[in-house]
Design a protein around this ligand. Sequence first.
Ligand code: CAO
Length: 557
Amino acid sequence: MSNIIVKVPDLGGSENVEIIEISVAVGDSVDVEQDLIVLETDKATMEVPSSHAGVVTELLVKVGDTVSEGSDILALTSEASDAPVSEAAVEPVAEPEAVVEAPAAAPATPTTTPAAAPTASETIELTVPDLGGATDVDIIELSVEPGASVEAEDSLLVLETDKASMDVPAPQAGTLVEFKVAVGDKVNEGDVYAVLTTSNSETTPVAAPASESAPEPVAEKPASASQPASAPAPVKAEPVAAAQDAESKAVVEGKGVYAGPSSRRLARQLGVDLTKVKGSGARNRITKDDIRAYVKDLIQKAESGQVAVTSGSGIPAVPEIDFSQFGEIDMQPMSKIKKLTAANMSRAWLNVPHVTQFDEADISDLDAFRKDMKAEAERRGVKLTPMPFLIKAAAMALRAEPSFNVSLHADGEHMVQKHYVHIGMAVDTPNGLVVPVIRDADKKGIWELAEESNELAAKARAGKLKPVEMQGGCFTISSLGAIGGTGFTPIVNTPEVAIMGVSKAQIKPIWNGKEFEPRNMLPLAVSYDHRAINGADCGRFFTTLVAMISDIRRLVL
Ligand code: CAO
């Protein structure tokens, strides 16, 4: 049994490199070559493997620390008989192969890249720059589309060795005409990978191969922190697996994500689209554990029936259509609210099994009372519409029927029963639909509710609602009563489980047992989430609500 301090090996000249991830914890058993920490320079991430097998007894660094060759990483207790016993004897068994950093566009083949700032646009072939000796390096990402305008230093390709991923930046600004390579290809220094039409500008290439930065093999520039001294170990060529296409797709879909090479490799192996994985590492970097957790969660959801994985349940994509072929059109940008509403509606429509139930409330007495109150409303400076009565009635009905005042918990195992009653009110604004929330509506009187709904509607139309004023609703009322229509089926404002749609009241002949009587009837619809609410629950809730609106004396009970 020996105690070993594992140290940072040769970083190819890079110094003070930041630790962005610690992959082991005290008490973990680690094997030789197992990743211990992840380091990151401006352009590359690199994993530092363990030089020895053993049990971690102490971590000597933390995320955010900077390290150089020889810095202590952690202490191990090793049982191996040949394990070095002193710190000095500890030599890294595996130098990080990640020390290659994509050179800042210093091209390896000067003939293919202009040597000076262009004065007119020209079409040039871009070649893979000095890879610090690495050969047959995988292309894991094409970062722009052909036809795109790029700035000097914009990443065009991402290459990956066993231990590092590296960006290949554009040597100068221009338009990317085409790629000569595809994801999955292997490239070497000097290979032509794209064609670029340079901008007709004075843009200076990032690293014009002039005297001060002539392209040199990385190994010959030991002093530069960004161009490490040592040539990296040869990159292991990965076998071209049968699943290459699927893997490549996952990588292409992982464009723009922040993940190290081993995480990307794991994602490719599992077919995980990295754009869907939330990173928990420093600066939201996606770690291997994040990918494992994502896959575990998907499996659990699939097994519990929350995610359909069998065929037949996919939603066919809506084809993109060029409408200009049918007549004149123009493109209008969607407001932020409209985009949010679109996303929320799709989410609710696709997730919530909706049922809509209809009824009519006799608001003849409510309307007569409202008119009687008109003078007082004017004195108070409040507009007294049916809305505050509907809010109050909905709040009281939620109290009477708590099965409506719930949300489904994300774990699929629980319902969240709410003991507060906050009512949302859909407001049509020039920018789109918003839903301010009236808090504790069950505890407020009609005047208070009228004032608050007037104020919130005015604020909504002026675009002055604060986010907190649109949160926490238990149930929403969407009224098209002032506009018209005899009925509509509103979409549940998830995570709420029910919503009421109000249409325009009209006088109808109602049979009173002896004769038809003209009564002012208000058409109402309640849509509910059938996962949370049963038809009988809705029947009770709706009957209570309609009774309260039809006889507003009940609202004070
Ligand atoms: N039937 C008949 N008349 C009605 C009515 C109804 N159901 N509801 C309201 N009215 C009357 C009001 O009484 C008022 O007339 P008076 O001034 O004579 O009293 C008039 O219509 C205008 O009312 P209003 O619209 O100004 O006020 P409101 O309190 O009824 O509604 C608000 C406020 C914010 C809900 C409404 O302005 C609004 O934005 N509605 C649109 C909501 C929407 O777009 N929903 C669809 C979402 S998709 O699910």
